[in-house]
Design a protein around this ligand. Structure first.
Ligand SMILES: Cc1cc2nc3c(=O)[nH]c(=O)nc-3n(C[C@H](O)[C@H](O)[C@H](O)COP(=O)(O)OP(=O)(O)OC[C@H]3O[C@@H](n4cnc5c(N)ncnc54)[C@H](O)[C@@H]3O)c2cc1C
Length: 516
């Protein structure tokens, strides 16, 4: 697609209809990542980004709208399920850890290129820990640790059941805890906190200065139509002037976060039929007491309650936002029919179409536990929320914590031959067969794996260019491990991680795995 890229203008009778090589809808981390990649691969391509809000990354990618965890499966227990035979599966954890290494490689390349000036603006080292209590959970965590320490990507993980050591690692979590309670934790010092909002803004700051790139804030994409020649006609409305504008694009990326499903439906591509969305809103408790914030220095992930969905895993997180240390606990889930935090209550009902009603009903019936969980969460009082916090911070004081509204997640519902429809908790790239349009649905593991997601998208939409020597060379410059497996090649993974940590100013791995 647009191999011989150049900017063309075609004139209609009255208005000027501009043609772009690529239009990216939404200015979150996904469009920022794809925009930079396209800019590196095709510096002369004309790219225009439309964002309905008047600032970049103000939805899910904003720092306070997500947890900022550099998801690399170092601490998230939902990536390592216990199998019926009692063993712990780590395949998904390996895949996520590998994808996060790829993200770090790309960000390190952008720092070296001068695209990103100061990595500490968007990424910092914060130990990643898992913490559990009760005999059954302790036994699970021990098995998980034993399985994970066999793999080079989890080298350096520490494990302890010792109250005294855990008191040193996580004083806030241990103070006031019964001394006889069986507890266990793992700790990985190479964990990270990522400000995806700051990262998106840095990427767009660079892109805005490029000659063939335009970012239009306060511009909402209202409609999409495929032209007989395969290009796309896009209708955009300027929310300030209320003017409508039409432009033509050879390639469209719908990176509209929660707003992606309605636009995919408007594109009418056959590959997008049958998809539905289930919105889940979130809330955090944010600590406002500097003494309490100063006492904690980790992202501590616990175990989700039985029957609750993966996004409900409670965690107590050190965050570093705009250079300032912060502390949050959550998420508490909720139900809202909005697909975006700044969306409309009509989003969910308007997304129901003849082609997705069956999968949506089937997924609803199959997920009654989730519905019950959400109803319970919505009914929680402030005291209930503090009780949940006290499981992690036994001495928590209600006056030190304030409620914050997090971003909206729209979980993907898709057709399933057996169940009629299933609810998914991951991300899904949906592309037209000719590769001229691609949409990203879903929310998890999300921003941390944005680089791998966009590489996959480029492979789907630009299959011929991806195979050329020119693109392959460029990919290897952007991501030196490109085409090789960090999960299988321990030496490569070690070298890659060391280089990324050096360039990004992150903690370097020194210790071997340790049991205390
Ligand atoms: C509560 C919560 C916690 C999370 N925690 C983590 C975490 O710890 N680590 C992690 O890696 N990921 C996390 N995620 C996921 C991560 O935030 C998302 O995967 C990521 O931000 C998605 O980026 P995006 O660019 O697709 O969407 P967004 O950042 O939402 O950007 C989409 C943009 O599109 C715009 N838009 C929508 N419709 C239109 C339209 N019609 N026209 C023009 N513009 C439009 C929106 O205004 C928005 O700015 C979390 C998400 C949530 C909600």
């Amino acid at each position: 697609m647009f191999a011989n890229s150049q900017i063309e203008m075609t004139k209609s009778n009255k208005n000027t209809t501009q043609e772009r090589d690529a239009v990216l809808i939404g200015a979150g981390i996904m469009s920022a990542t794809l925009g930079i990649m396209l800019n590196q691969l095709l510096p002369n391509a004309s790219i225009e980004v439309f964002e309905r809000l008047d600032e970049v990354a103000a939805e899910s990618s904003d720092a306070w709208n997500n947890a900022g965890t550099g998801h690399s499966a170092l601490c998230e227990l939902n990536y390592t399920p216990q199998l019926p035979d009692g063993s712990v599966a780590i395949d998904k954890a390996i895949s996520i850890a590998e994808q996060f290494e790829v993200s770090k490689e790309f960000w390190a390349h952008l720092v070296e290129e001068g695209v990103l000036k100061d990595p500490s603006q968007f990424i910092r080292s914060v130990p990643h820990m898992s913490f559990v209590w009760g005999d059954e959970n302790v036994s699970y965590l021990r098995k998980r640790y034993e399985a994970m320490q066999q793999h080079h990507l989890f080298k350096g993980m520490e494990y302890s059941e010792d109250h005294a050591l855990l008191q040193q690692w996580i004083p806030l979590v241990m103070e006031g805890r019964a001394s006889g309670q069986p507890v266990a934790a793992t700790k990985m010092d190479i964990g990270t906190d990522v400000n995806f909002g700051a990262l998106s803004r840095c990427l767009f700051d660079f892109l805005r200065k490029q000659p063939h790139f335009k970012l239009r804030l306060a511009h909402e994409v209202r409609d999409l139509e495929r032209l007989p020649d395969g290009r796309w006609k896009i209708e955009v409305r300027n929310s300030t002037t209320k003017h409508k504008r039409t432009l033509i694009a050879k390639f469209v990326f719908i990176g509209a976060g929660g707003g992606a499903l309605p636009l995919l439906e408007k594109s009418d591509i056959k590959e997008g039929k049958g998809f539905g969305g289930f919105p889940v809103s979130g809330q955090w408790l944010r600590c406002v007491n500097p003494d309490v914030i100063a006492k904690h220095e980790a992202k501590v992930y616990g175990k989700a309650a039985v029957g609750s969905p993966p996004m409900s895993v409670p965690h107590l997180d050190t965050r570093i936002i705009d250079g300032k240390k912060a502390l949050l606990f959550g998420p508490y889930a909720g139900f809202s029919t909005k697909f975006l935090k700044n969306g409309s209550w009509l989003d969910l009902p308007a997304s129901i179409k003849i082609n997705n009603i069956r999968p949506m009903l089937a997924a609803g019936l199959d997920n009654l536990k989730l519905t019950k969980y959400l109803i319970d969460q919505v009914r929680q009082s402030p005291d209930d929320r503090i009780d949940a916090l006290k499981e992690y911070v036994p001495m928590a004081n209600k006056a030190d914590w304030e409620l914050e509204i997090a971003g909206q997640r729209v979980q993907v519902i898709k057709k399933d031959p057996v169940h009629g429809g299933i609810l998914e908790f991951g991300t899904e790239v949906v592309s037209s067969a000719d590769g001229s349009l691609s949409a990203l649905l879903g929310a998890s593991p999300g921003a941390s794996t944005s680089v791998s997601i966009m590489l996959k998208l480029l492979q789907k939409c630009f299959p011929d260019q991806v195979k050329t020597e020119k693109w392959e060379r460029k990919f290897k410059e952007m991501i030196p491990s490109y085409g090789r497996s960090l999960a299988k090649d321990a030496k490569l993974a070690g070298e890659t991680r060391k280089k990324s940590s050096e360039v990004l100013g992150l903690h370097q791995l020194v210790e071997e795995s340790i049991v205390h």
